[in-house]
Design a protein around this ligand. Sequence first.
Ligand code: ADP
Length: 194
Amino acid sequence: MRLILMGPPGAGKGTQATVISERLGVPAISTGDIFRANVSEGTPLGLEAKRYMDAGDYVPDEVTNGMVRDRIGQDDAVSGFLLDGYPRTVAQVEELDAMLAESGSTLDAAVVLTVDDEELVQRLLHRARTEGRSDDTEEVIRHRQEVYNEQTAPLIEVYAERGTLVEVDGMGAVDEVSGRILAALDQVRGADAG
Ligand code: ADP
């Protein structure tokens, strides 16, 4: 399966991407994780990305698109992948469409996790205390939410119009949410097969 996982910062994308990708046997590709790995290794990509990430802004599309194109071209992603945190802008949707068209494949589903605003803030502040990510300060969190609402939330409508959107309630325990996602994807696969 080829999937994208969407949702605001703190919705649990990274956590669910790990669980779901293992269950489906496809690699989870997290743009945030790839950027953070590059930052800690001090690569040129990491140096460029860090300025944007620390401010809570999106890394420029051409940088992100090139990175994703490389990653989904690798062997382990040939028969499927789960993209976590990509696409986040209209330009990234267009680029992903082009990449899929070039390989003659299609997206099976765009899963969006929905979580109450108040719960999102609580989760991010908790993550700030436990993981110490440099972009989890209250000010930067607020900015990331604004950027998400302006640039990424509109993509939900794009995938809804295409008929590939799968909305999943992201509230509750991790395994409850995983169960909901897997059940929803079973329906997608059932519909494709039938
Ligand atoms: P979150 O979903 O909590 O914002 P991520 O780990 O997914 O966290 O992303 C962290 C940061 O990495 C983002 O704030 C942004 O700067 C950068 N980033 C991740 N994915 C993208 C993307 N698709 N386009 C642009 N920037 C991205």
